[in-house]
Ligand binder design. Structure first.
Ligand SMILES: Cc1cc2nc3c(=O)[nH]c(=O)nc-3n(C[C@H](O)[C@H](O)[C@H](O)COP(=O)(O)O)c2cc1C
Length: 183
């Protein structure tokens, strides 16, 4: 549990000690983006356990159902530094002191939608605690993206874990379908 609450950049021991827990002077929000469900499971657990309000970060135009098309679109959006529009915005962030922010690693960084979310919502003065899933290649530069897009928030180190890759599932199922000779 303690790893969830470590500050991202503890300046000193005393500063670290004062930042070892989410603030208790306001409500918590769990905001998350998830394509294949791994991050959604964590978001649901957090919102039920804390408890906290739950907000799904979704694109105005859904990503393709096809995994490989999504990988390509995400790569282009990352390289163009796009901020795809969100399907919905939070009505207000005023009542939240702490935002648990969940997402998968896409292309070795935070998905473009996370840049949008941080840009269009005012999170100044709030504590952001990331929870991140990845397919085994680590967090990439996602922490730097969070820091640069929420410069006036207090950013904690948060939680991360390796989780199943949709790509592997697709390859396993494709192999199985081959044995069925249904196509
Ligand atoms: C478009 C796309 C890009 C991805 N890029 C990476 C990556 O760079 N590194 C990595 O470890 N996993 C990568 N993954 C795997 C996901 O990070 C991992 O499966 C994650 O748990 C998916 O979370 P979700 O089920 O909440 O969508 C990528 C997945 C997708 C769909």
């Amino acid at each position: 549990m303690s790893s969830l609450l470590l500050p991202l950049a503890a300046g000193s021991a005393s500063a670290a000690q004062t930042e070892t827990a989410p603030r208790s002077d306001g409500k918590s929000l769990v905001a998350f983006f998830s394509r294949s469900g791994n991050t959604r499971v964590i978001a649901g657990q957090l919102s039920r356990t804390l408890p906290a309000d739950l907000f799904e970060i979704a694109p105005a135009t859904p990503y393709p159902a096809d995994y490989f098309q999504t990988v390509e679109q995400a790569r282009q959006e990352r390289d163009r530094n796009d901020r795809p529009p969100l399907k919905a915005l939070l009505p207000s962030t005023a009542s939240y002191a702490t935002v648990f922010l969940g997402f998968p690693i896409w292309g070795e960084t935070a998905p473009p939608l996370i840049r949008t979310f941080l840009t269009v919502h005012d999170l100044a003065g709030k504590t952001i605690i990331p929870f991140i899933t990845h397919g085994g290649f680590g967090l990439g530069n996602s922490q730097a993206v969070l820091a640069s897009h929420a410069p006036r928030a207090r950013l904690m180190e948060g939680f991360s874990m390796q989780a199943p890759q949709e790509r592997q599932t697709i390859e396993r199922v494709a192999g199985w379908l081959e044995t069925l000779k249904v196509r």
